[in-house]
Design a binder for this molecule. Sequence first.
Ligand SMILES: [Zn+2]
Length: 187
Amino acid sequence: MAKVKILVEGYTTANTAEQGEEKTCPTITLIRDKDIVMVVDPGVLEDQKILIDKLKEENLTIDDVNIVCITHSHIDHYRNIGIFPKAKTLEYWGLWDRNTVEDWKEQFTDDIQILKTPGHNYDGLTLFVKTDEGVVAICGDIFWEQNFPEDDPYASDIEQLKESRKKVLEMADYIIPGHGKMFKTEK
Ligand SMILES: [Zn+2]
């Protein structure tokens, strides 16, 4: 089974603060699956050292990270992808190794499944990770937080977003949202 750990719990005031006063940080997650060390949505951060210190608590350095994944191409989720010198980049369009790109398989490993989940943004994807506790979905801003804003003001396509939310809720036991703490789905 794979292991999932939230390194930094995200937040956002994008839907409440005055323009220019918003503060945002995505939820940054570590996935370990056999030889895969993956960081999802390394974000924007007040200081990159926060993430480096969190990795250190897991006995990891930026050199140990071999995949960095972005759930969608909003800068608050991808600003720091460049700090991992040895990592491939996993995103909607493919798996990048330096300047080359190949298609990823939906069944990425035995325990990690990738599905395209557009709607918040056209290029959204969700990772479904099998863990000892059940299936954990890391879905970016399909849900901002447990009490997601029902009418996502940044949605690229609200109907697609509803479809993606439904899929994630059906398939996951736990959801790691884009900007909040993990929550259990109601079955
Ligand atoms: Zn976001």
